[in-house]
Design a protein around this ligand. Sequence first.
Ligand code: MEV
Length: 341
Amino acid sequence: MSSTTAVSPGKIILFGEHSVVYGQPAIAVPVTQVVAKATVTDATHNEVLLSAPDLGQDNWLHDVPENHPLAAAVWALWRTLPANTPPPERLHITVTSTIPIASGLGSGAAIAAALIQALAHHIGRDDLAQPAVVSRLTYEVERIHHGAPSGIDNTVVSYQRPVYFVRDLAKTEPQIYTQLLMGRRLSIPAARLDTFSSQQPLHFLIGDTGIKAPTKEAVGDVRQQWQADPKSFENYFAGCGKLAKQGKKAVEAGDMIELGQLMNENHELLKQITVSSPELDRLVQAAQNAGALGAKLSGGGRGGNMIALVQEDELEQGVVKQALLDAGAQKVLRTVLAPKV
Ligand code: MEV
C-alpha cells in the first residue's frame, strides 16, 4: 500500500511580529528541532480518514465541516485541481506534531503545510508541493483560523528557510492599507519575499512561558489600539520595521553583537505595543542578565515563547538555559540557524 510523508518545521519570528500585519518587513526562521509530520496512505475503505493521534482524534472527512483544520487543508489543495476531479477517497491521512500549540511557534501553519505537501505528492502532483503553492494554500487555511494573518508563518514553514517578508497589504488587507495611506504617517514598502542565510551559525534558546496565548486575540487587540491611537502605534510599527531591515543585515553578516542589541530593542517596542506580559518580561530579563546577547518575545506574545541569542559555548554550559528555567520557563528548546552549505 503506497504511503507518502512530508514534514514542516516550527518557526520563530526574529523581528517584526505584529508590525508585519501593517505592511512592515519581518524576519522569521524555521525551527527544525520541532516538526509537524503528515502521512498519506492508500486505504481499503472508500472514505478519507483524518487522524490526529496526539489529540486522540479520528474523523471521516465527510463528517467534519470544511473549516475543520485538517479538512480545510485537504479542500484547499482539492480546489486547485481541475473542476471535474472527483472528491478524495480511499485515503488515511495521519498528522502528528512535536510543535507546542498556541505558543507562537507556528504549529497550525506547519500542520497544514505538511498535510498539503504530503497529499500533493501522494496524488502525483509534485508541482503543487512546491513551497510557493504550499505557502499560498496554507495561507488560505490560516485565514480560516486566525482572522487576518500577515502570511509570514505559512511562508517560513513552507520555504523552510529564513525569510525576509513584506506582505502585499493592498491585496490581502485593503482596509488597513487604505487607512494607513490616508494617515500618511507610515511608508508602506512593496511586497517582498527573500530567503537568506547567515555567515555564522546563530544559536537561539526558546523559552516557553507555558501560557497559551492565541495569536488571533493579540492581533485583534493591537488593531483596536492602533485605531484608538494611530499616531503612536504607527511609530512603533515603523520602529519594528527598521529593526527588521537592520536585523537581516546583522544575520547575513553573522554579527551577533548587533543582532542581540536589535532583539533587545524590538522587545522594548513590543512592550509598548502591549503584547508582552510579566512572564515574558521576566524570561527576557533573566536571559539578558545571564549573558544572552539579546532576547525578545517571539510571535503573538501575551504568553507563548521568547527567544534568546546565545554564544555557542552556552550549549555546553547551559547558564542561560538554567536562568530561564529558574525564572519560570516551562520548557527551553534550542535551535541553530546554520549557514547554507
Ligand atoms: C505570528 O507568528 C506573528 C504575528 O505578527 C501575526 C501575523 O503575522 O499574522 C503576531
